[in-house]
Write a protein that binds this ligand. Structure first.
Ligand SMILES: *[C@@H]1O[C@H](CO)[C@@H](O)[C@H](O)[C@H]1NC(C)=O
Ligand SMILES: *[C@@H]1O[C@H](CO)[C@@H](O)[C@H](O)[C@H]1NC(C)=O
Ligand SMILES: *[C@@H]1O[C@H](CO)[C@@H](O)[C@H](O)[C@H]1NC(C)=O
Ligand SMILES: *[C@@H]1O[C@H](CO)[C@@H](O)[C@H](O)[C@H]1NC(C)=O
Ligand SMILES: *[C@@H]1O[C@H](CO)[C@@H](O)[C@H](O)[C@H]1NC(C)=O
Ligand SMILES: *[C@@H]1O[C@H](CO)[C@@H](O)[C@H](O)[C@H]1NC(C)=O
Ligand SMILES: *[C@@H]1O[C@H](CO)[C@@H](O)[C@H](O)[C@H]1NC(C)=O
Ligand SMILES: *[C@@H]1O[C@H](CO)[C@@H](O)[C@H](O)[C@H]1NC(C)=O
Ligand SMILES: *[C@@H]1O[C@H](CO)[C@@H](O)[C@H](O)[C@H]1NC(C)=O
Ligand SMILES: *[C@@H]1O[C@H](CO)[C@@H](O)[C@H](O)[C@H]1NC(C)=O
Length: 406
């Protein structure tokens, strides 16, 4: 219906402006068939959006315009197998593909700039046919629930947010990203996913789950928070990380993790949470950590915990192990609040317990520990506690939704 109105409009624009490069102005043009797509071929640019209808297909080629200023949208289409353009270079708005079950060819050899990529529930899409380097500019990227085994063709140096989840065949993600100004979420992809970000220098929020290896040799600053849940790596090293400026660093439920090393980390604006990483017996990779703006909460099978430079914890200091850590406790007792007999470097409640069989069952960010034995004046435990990130909770919901579409 919309297309019928628009095709004459396009034709009219074409005849008026035939001499020069033709910009076709539409609000949204709907493509129901290849004939509609061919109607666009004479436009060198489209000012507006292109909607590919649920009934369009099986092959749609939108070659012609080199720029589409608005969105390119293809939703809920169970027919189309191939969407292509040989020369489209820029999509100003969203490149949104969702619930397109048979789409197996996505060929955009000229595409370099996209406002946002939103690709969700594309179970037949096994590869991208993009140029080299491909898309080098995009503000936000969501790639969820696809059959992609590689993201070659997307080569960004900076991005606002990037969410890569539930791509079960994805086993390698190597990116030149230098900074992420809002959020990087990686979760529930291939079980052997190796993530390598050799150029990443700063990032705001980062949530990494279910990855097998993770490399950030240049990471210097986490402006917000970094959390690592249910990963399979045995060692985590952030050799250049100096600070998490405002929020938490957390490692929860990483069953193989035996070594966390952040040799240059001096301050955490929020809290430090390390819980239920049962292979981690020593926490001794924080030689420079001096200041923690929130709480320190550690739960696990520890035998030894060391924070040799620690002298300012604004929140609680709450440590509990399944094993005997009494010699570590003796050291930290000296930093406890004066009301608990220490020097006051720890301003919240101090608690340190050994031989707590249930140590690993408490992975929450609150500091109301199950541990007994340590003293507790108990008043301001949560005041400077670890923070909860609503943006990350939102992304978890997106992942769940994507899974439900399978
Ligand atoms: C996905 O698209 C199919 C058509 O191919 C449609 O029947 C189905 O309702 C869509 N699913 C959702 C969750 O929108
Ligand atoms: C990109 O994501 C950020 C944070 O999620 C959001 O504030 C912003 O509006 C998004 N930008 C676009 C162009 O979608
Ligand atoms: C983010 O990274 C890009 C590409 O590396 C760079 O041009 C830009 O200056 C960086 N922005 C900041 C604020 O560091
Ligand atoms: C994050 O911190 C780095 C280094 O201090 C800074 O260059 C960058 O602008 C900050 N980014 C944001 C979004 O605040
Ligand atoms: C992936 O990580 C999530 C936590 O973000 C966890 O709930 C889930 O069980 C993990 N899946 C696997 C297969 O490890
Ligand atoms: C680590 O930081 C130092 C000092 O800022 C810098 O010279 C070095 O290149 C960084 N290393 C990496 C791998 O980025
Ligand atoms: C832990 O990892 C760091 C950095 O990779 C390494 O230097 C150190 O030897 C490791 N420690 C153990 C006990 O494996
Ligand atoms: C961690 O401690 C629990 C409780 O004592 C124990 O059941 C579990 O086997 C320990 N795990 C490891 C890897 O040591
Ligand atoms: C602790 O981690 C194991 C996986 O190593 C997981 O099965 C268990 O549910 C986790 N416990 C809590 C309380 O998160
Ligand atoms: C608890 O926190 C409140 C508000 O931050 C503060 O006024 C009060 O003095 C604190 N109490 C103790 C016992 O630290």
């Amino acid at each position: 219906m919309i297309a019928k109105q628009l095709l004459p409009a396009l034709a009219a624009i074409g005849s008026v402006a035939a001499k020069s490069a033709t910009t076709c102005t539409v609000s949204t043009t709907t493509i129901n068939s290849q004939a509609d797509a061919t109607g666009l071929a004479s436009c060198s640019a489209v000012k507006g959006s292109v909607l590919i209808a649920p009934g369009a297909g099986p092959q749609i080629d939108i070659s012609g315009p080199s720029t589409i200023s608005g969105d390119v949208i293809l939703l809920n289409n169970g027919i189309i197998t191939s969407l292509t353009s040989s020369n489209l270079g820029t999509i100003g708005g969203e490149f949104h593909l969702q619930n397109v079950t048979l789409l197996s060819t996505l060929s955009f050899m000229g595409l370099g700039r996209v406002g946002s990529i939103v690709w969700q529930s594309l179970p037949a899409l096994g590869q991208l046919t993009f140029g080299t380097p491909g898309v080098t500019e995009a503000n936000n990227v969501t790639i969820s629930d696809t059959f992609l085994s590689s993201l070659d063709g997307i080569d960004l140096t900076h991005v606002s947010s990037m969410d890569i989840n539930n791509n079960r065949r994805l086993t390698d993600f190597t990116t030149q990203l230098g900074n992420v100004s809002s959020l990087l979420n990686i979760a529930a992809n291939g079980l052997q996913l190796k993530v390598s970000m050799p150029n990443l220098i700063w990032i705001t929020e980062m949530s990494i789950a279910n990855v097998t290896s993770f490399s950030v040799p240049s990471l210097a600053v986490v402006n917000g928070s970094a959390r690592f849940d249910f990963n399979y790596f045995s060692s985590f090293n952030a050799p250049n990380l100096t600070t998490a400026k405002t929020e938490d660093i957390s490692f929860v439920g990483n069953p193989n993790l035996a070594n966390i090393t952040m040799p240059e980390l001096t301050s955490i604006g929020g809290g430090l949470l390390i819980a239920n990483n049962t292979a981690l017996s020593k926490v001794n990779g924080f030689p420079a950590l001096k200041t923690v703006g929130g709480a320190v909460k550690l739960r696990g099978n520890f035998t030894d915990i060391e924070f040799p430079a620690l002298n300012d914890v604004k929140g609680a200091f709450d440590i509990s192990s399944t094993a005997d850590i009494s010699s570590s406790c003796n050291t930290f007792q000296k930093l406890a609040p004066s009301s608990q007999g220490g020097g006051g470097q720890i301003q919240g409640t101090y608690s340190c317990t050994s031989n707590n069989a249930n140590a690993n069952s408490d992975t929450g960010t609150g500091t109301s520990g199950s541990g007994s034995g340590g003293s507790s004046s108990g008043s301001n435990n949560t005041a400077a506690g670890l923070t909860i990130n609503h943006a990350l909770l939102g992304l978890a919901a997106v992942g769940g939704f994507a899974q439900a579409l399978w």
